[in-house]
Design a protein around this ligand. Structure first.
Ligand code: ADP
Ligand code: ASP
Ligand code: MG
Length: 244
């Protein structure tokens, strides 16, 4: 099957985590799936980049801030592709722009207008894993933009829709979607599956695990999501039309 795997910041925070994440991609690829990967910036990189800007000015030009923040995801993409290649799996890293992600010019909270998936499709067809920098795109002028905090989830689902993927797996640092934040409420209940509408309501109430825009896109394009932990083998939570 054709799938998109997305790895969040904690899943890539250090070499051991990144190796574990790449192993999950390698497994899916070896099983014969066509896999496209979307990566976030490592650990606290995005916050650190914002701090760097703030040391210079409390009002950075939005265009320049986006240019800076895009670097975080680009680092992850290159490192992830290097790790896959080291394992003998052909992989190519791509910026959002190289992956054909066209956005509005609203720096800091740009919206994806459309995706020209030809390059990513061609890589998939030849058995290569495209590793796409999440959270970013380019506007009509070619200037780099970012999609808002947590936006790599949205990149993953938008790409899955453009590729007509069968599944989008969101790998993160918890083993699924809970009724409340499991880090704050140890007695929170994990859903084996949840409908788009219910998931959207949770995301809009601030459940960080999925960005609201990504849930809307998944619902619109009928892309099933799976929220899983990078670090454990539990099956996670399935998000789709049916709750069962
Ligand atoms: P990533 O870097 O992988 O995108 P995030 O930090 O954005 O990860 O999202 C995962 C975090 O979301 C978890 O560590 C958890 O604390 C938090 N979270 C908040 N509400 C929920 C919820 N209802 N179910 C699962 N996780 C939640
Ligand atoms: N790196 C970005 C952020 O920290 C995007 C993401 O992780 O989804 O918000
Ligand atoms: Mg996130």
């Amino acid at each position: 099957m054709r799938m998109v795997q997305k790895f969040g910041g904690t899943s890539l925070a250090d070499p051991a985590a990144l190796r574990r994440a790449a192993e999950l991609t390698a497994q899916a690829w070896t099983e014969g799936h066509r896999v496209a990967v979307v990566v976030s910036a490592q650990g606290d990189t995005t916050d650190e980049l914002i701090e760097k800007a703030m040391l210079l000015t409390t009002k950075p030009a939005p265009r320049e801030l986006d240019m800076l923040l895009c670097a975080g995801e680009q680092m992850s993409a290159a490192l992830f592709a290097m790790e896959l290649t080291r394992r003998g799996i052909p992989a190519v890293s791509l910026t959002g722009a190289q992956a054909g992600i066209h956005t509005t010019s609203r720096y800091g909270s740009a919206e994806i207008l459309d995706i020209s998936p030809q390059r990513v499709c061609a890589l998939l067809e030849q058995g290569t894993v495209p590793v796409v920098a999440g959270f970013q795109g380019a506007d009509a002028q070619g200037d780099l933009t970012t999609l808002g905090r947590g936006g790599s989830d949205t990149t993953a689902v938008a790409l899955a829709a453009a590729l007509k993927a069968d599944l989008c797996r969101i790998y993160t640092d918890v083993d699924g979607v809970y009724d409340r934040d499991p880090r704050r409420f140890p007695d929170a209940h994990r859903f084996a599956s949840i409908g788009y509408d219910e998931m959207l309501a949770l995301a809009e109430r601030g459940a960080q695990v999925l960005h609201p825009r990504c849930v809307q896109l998944a619902r619109e394009h009928h892309i099933p999501l799976e929220v899983r932990s990078t670090f454990t083998d539990t099956p996670g939570t399935r998000v789709d039309t049916n709750k069962f």
